[in-house]
Design a protein around this ligand. Sequence first.
Ligand code: UT7
Length: 331
Amino acid sequence: MSEIKAAITGIEGYTPDYVLSNHEIATMVDTSDEWITTRTGIKERRILKGEGKGTSDMGTEAVKRLLKKTNTSVDEIDLLICATVTPDMQFPATANVICDKVGIVGAMSFDLAAACSGFIYSLETARQFIESGKYKKVIVVGGDKMSSIINYEDRATCVIFGDGAGAIMLEPNSEGLGIQDSILKSDGAGRHHLHQKAGGSVKPASHATVDAKEHYVYQEGQQVFKFAVTNMADVSYEIMDRNNLTAEDIAYLVPHQANKRIIDATANRMGVGSDKVMVNIERYGNTTNGTIPLCLWEWEDKLKKGDNIILAAFGGGFTWGSIYLKWAYNS
Ligand code: UT7
């Protein structure tokens, strides 16, 4: 094990102004506030409005705020990773676009796609760069403009997703704080249950794919739910168990915000009370790569140096995993 650990040293977020409430969604599809609230825990979500606005605009705002807050200059950044499934375009990477808009020139930057697990996959990736000793300041952005791939005539998906982005700074720590352990998994056989049918190399965009609405999220909700409940809970328990952590040792569980019922099942399995679970799904819905950083951003004031925190996610791919970290600063 390297003596250098990778620690989060700052966090910021950005959520668009427009609030799409359950009541407004109920004017668009056959649903109700009651159904959405009881089945998912969501009351409203944010939508990025405006011609020509994409994921990079939310990521850029989060990164600008992060640089200001951490008193970091653009020249100091060695690497920026952007976790997203809604890149501005197929290429170049949204990470490159964010760097340009922020004024970061010459740093390594790339996107990482692992659906809703993208942020924790990116954090684990960034950790390796820090622990190598070569990279000193790494930014991980997690963000999605899910409204760009949602069919607002499909009640099975449009009630769930929202737009938003968060960004963290990762730096070396020699006090033993930061990322302690991780378990990250995938099973591509699950891809059939949650995907975007067209727009890739298998089925490039055409009039026919647009007419068939194949550029929107396709989800078999119940199937995904079954796998998510089991795997997110199992992996969160596993990381506790192998690090000899009891529920009392844990300050916070930071779960991906896909469905309040999946969050509750994970917390139950870990034996962690609701006061130790970060939940903001009622206000933002599922922002895919944005959920975990947006939670950390909102809870930052409450976090204390040395706190044991478990991050957990499950998403398309299937991909899932958990990360155990010790919080590195008091804000
Ligand atoms: O973040 C990435 C990973 N994604 C997830 O983790 C999502 C996992 N899946 C889920 O969260 C849930 O499956 C959903 C929230 C998507 C759906 O909830 P559900 O409890 O699994 O509902 P269901 O699909 O089993 O549908 C139950 C009923 C059906 O009606 P019938 O057949 O019982 O008459 C649906 O047609 O609810 C109906 N329904 C709705 N009714 C009102 C489905 N969507 C809606 C809706 N409003 N929006």
